[in-house]
Design a protein around this ligand. Structure first.
Ligand code: SF4
Length: 476
């Protein structure tokens, strides 16, 4: 929320109740000058004052922090970053709640090497589900051995749902303070938007432009990635693929209960070994693909090493599809890397033009995006046309529109793990459908990406990684 918006909302609420500034102030037990300063944007009310206003004027508790206040930037994108910024190798369970804050802490620590203590204040979704995602543990271990106090501020209105303030102290002296936003996929931004930005490599930012470029130059989408990123990208994607395979294999060998207190049993191994003599080929495919998605997602939930594809929470979809198809069709590792490049382009388009953050746009932005990436990867492996690749990715997003992010207890476990498995199967279905019907499609991938962003904007923040509604209300 910007200060101006906050001012406007206070004025609007006061006038709705027919109160003068003086009468309004009297209700709150403060003086009229304070109200005047709030409404002019000269000062910002404290969290307690905002709560008092909603209480005294019977406004909903989320009045000052609604979806409309957490809108994403609307300016046209200048270009796209490297796929290295999308596929990040790191530890789970959450790209926005663990990887992003970790990166912010490292940057801040480098700026303040002489600090003898830090304070981290978490707001919005970071405050509401940070404990379940182990955000506090990650912050403290990143800043160690310097001690860090972590404060969960669930009341103060902030401009982004994943906002983090870091403060550095030496004795009683404040050495510096900086605000960061964890914007999904482990990426961070700052208030001036420059410090944490990665360089722009790709000048084209829509599928239609990229496809046109590729048609003109008679190249596949993965060749466009190579054209932009150079040959070095293959070495990086090989590391990505190796990490994805290790996550599957580690997950298939692990047993026991996942951490966090929900007592969720690991199921990947069980699912993988659950073979029946009379099992049909379709059932076998379903079981194996799902077991691979469970394996990665369970590794993620346990804090294991995974690849954001495009996020930690959605990290099981793409590897599951590729791992199964590689085995089934004997694709080479080189073909898998090319499919990863194409999938990365799709993920990059969504990241650039909409969002890959559950806190910004709900699970449609995480698992929906992962499903689109997996669909495009599989279509690339099958050497399908641009139209069919586009249609497969479009189907995948279209049928995730409106998907909420409401993890129980803020843990990336229920519904996240199962959801990765369902999305992996859906990606395979999307490619099958696109191979039959692409000539009849009416909606472009670029269109549906914009629709996904708008849908995410319109969703209540209660369904965007705050654990305030939906499944998160179920007592287990
Ligand atoms: S519900 Fe979806 S977006 Fe939310 S944490 Fe789980 S996987 Fe991520």
């Amino acid at each position: 929320m910007t200060e101006k918006n906050l001012s406007e909302k206070i004025t609007e609420l006061r006038k709705k109740h027919g109160l003068s500034q003086k009468e309004f102030a009297a209700k709150l037990g403060i003086n009229a000058q304070t109200v005047s300063r709030w409404e002019r944007g000269a000062t910002i009310p404290s969290a307690e004052s905002l709560l008092a206003i909603t209480k005294h004027l019977n406004a909903p508790s989320d009045y000052f922090f609604t979806a409309s206040e957490t809108r994403l930037p609307t300016e046209a994108p200048k270009g796209m970053e490297s796929l290295r910024e999308l596929y990040r190798i790191g530890r789970g369970p959450s790209s926005s709640h663990t990887m992003g804050p970790e990166r912010a802490c490292k940057l801040f620590q480098r700026k303040h090497p002489n600090a003898d203590r830090f304070t981290a204040i978490l707001y919005g979704s970071l405050a509401k589900t940070g404990r379940g995602h182990a955000t506090d543990t990650v912050i403290q271990s990143t800043l160690a051995p310097t001690p860090a106090e972590v404060i969960f501020d669930t009341a103060t209105a902030v401009p982004h749902p994943n906002t983090l303030d870091l403060q550095a102290y030496k004795g009683n002296d404040l050495l510096g303070t900086q605000r960061f936003f964890s914007v999904g996929g482990g990426r961070i931004a700052t208030e001036n938007g420059t410090e944490a930005d990665a360089p722009i490599l790709y000048p084209l930012t829509s599928f239609s432009e990229i496809a046109e470029h590729c048609r003109t130059k008679r190249m596949r989408l993965w060749q466009y990635v190579e054209e932009i990123e150079g040959n070095e990208i293959w070495e990086y994607l090989a590391e990505v693929w190796q990490t994805m395979q290790s996550a599957i294999e580690n997950g298939l060998h692990a047993d026991g209960i996942l951490p966090g207190g929900l007592n969720v049993q690991r199921k990947a191994r069980y699912l993988h070994n659950l073979q029946h003599i009379d099992e049909t080929a379709e059932t076998r495919e379903n079981r194996l693909v799902c077991s691979y998605a469970f394996a990665v997602s369970e590794e993620n939930a346990a804090g294991g090493t995974i690849v954001t594809a495009p996020t930690c929470g959605a990290s099981g979809v793409l590897p599951a599809v590729l791992y199964y198809q590689k085995d089934k069709h004997r694709f080479t590792d080189r073909q898998i890397l090319e499919a990863l490049a194409t999938a990365g382009l799709i993920g990059n388009l969504i990241k650039t033009n909409a969002s890959i953050s559950g806190a910004e746009c709900g699970c449609q932005a995480e698992v929906g995006s992962a499903c689109a990436m997996a669909s495009a990867a599989l279509a690339e492996l099958f050497n399908l046309s641009f139209d069919k690749i586009e249609y497969a990715a479009e189907i995948a997003i279209e049928h995730h529109l409106g998907l909420t992010c409401d993890p129980i207890c803020g843990l990336v476990q229920i519904p996240c793990i199962e959801r990765n498995a369902v999305a992996a199967m859906r990606a395979i279905n999307a490619v099958n459908l696109s191979s039959f019907l692409s000539d009849t499609r009416k909606i472009s991938l670029d269109n549906v990406i914009v629709i996904m962003k708008e849908t995410g904007w319109d969703m209540s923040h209660r369904y965007k990684e705050t654990s305030e509604a939906g499944l998160a209300n179920i007592q287990i």
